[in-house]
Ligand binder design. Structure first.
Ligand SMILES: [Zn+2]
Length: 247
């Protein structure tokens, strides 16, 4: 059966990753180009925005979503970012920031209805994550770039595992690198944790070395989306896609 995965749960990238759409196409043919879509407020306007701003899913929204998955016997992978990074660079643990959401996901995880994956500690390069006036900040909404120091990879992987495993009271064995970016520095730390699977659309950015004790799964054949679609398009979108994929 097709693997189903939802990313960005608990991540402040949904607020601060702001970039706009410049080119508009219809059936593959460009019909409108707007060069200023990354300037000022344009990137937050529904017409131009490509990502943020949208809100976190609530406990009751999750209640309905989990029912739909259960009805179709789908066990989705829910990829959680362990802390919310605020505008002053504070890191707030997921269960503290979103207690209602965390508790419904915990129940579902412990009863085997979902799988939980680690989607980083911050999802971003902290301190570079706020929107820029003139341009997109998308690059900094990836956490595990190879040019970041080894100790940052170390702290972020270990701390995120600690927060998630302490709260969910179960080992977390899947790692989904934010924005599909991870490096040999990340792998070096993953080896020391309970992670046994990395799921992404690409291998490490700076190495082809074979991993020991961890398997890589390319997600190109999977159905991957974000909480963004659920928040913006709701249950009808989810039901439509489930029937489209024949799940
Ligand atoms: Zn993500």
């Amino acid at each position: 059966m097709m693997r189903v995965r939802i990313d960005d749960i608990g991540s402040s990238t949904k607020w601060y990753n702001q970039h706009g759409k410049k080119l508009f196409c219809w059936k593959g043919i460009p019909y409108f180009y707007f060069p200023f879509s990354n300037v000022g407020f344009f990137k937050r306007m529904p017409l131009f925005r490509k990502w943020g701003v949208y809100d976190e899913l609530t406990q009751s929204e999750w209640g309905k979503i989990l029912c739909i998955f259960k009805k179709h016997s789908i066990i989705p992978i829910i990829a959680i970012t362990a802390t919310w990074v605020d505008k002053d660079n504070n890191l707030i643990p997921f269960p503290e920031k979103f207690p209602g959401e965390a508790s419904i996901l915990k129940q579902a995880f412990l009863s085997g209805d979902i799988m939980i994956a680690n989607h980083g500690l911050t999802h971003c390069v902290v301190g570079k994550h706020l929107p820029k006036f003139w341009k997109s900040n998308r690059k900094y909404h990836r956490e595990f770039w190879g040019w970041l120091p080894q100790n940052l990879h170390e702290e972020h992987i270990k701390e995120s595992q600690k927060i998630l495993e302490n709260y969910f009271e179960k080992p977390i064995s899947i790692f989904v690198p934010p924005g599909n970016i991870w490096s040999k520095k990340t792998y070096k730390v993953l080896k020391k944790t309970n992670i046994t699977k990395v799921i992404a659309n690409r291998y490490m950015i700076d190495s082809n070395e074979k991993m020991e004790g961890i398997s890589f799964f390319n997600d190109k054949e999977d159905w991957n989306f974000h909480d963004r679609e659920l928040k913006l398009y709701g249950e009808s979108w989810l039901n439509k896609l489930i029937s489209l994929y024949g799940l």
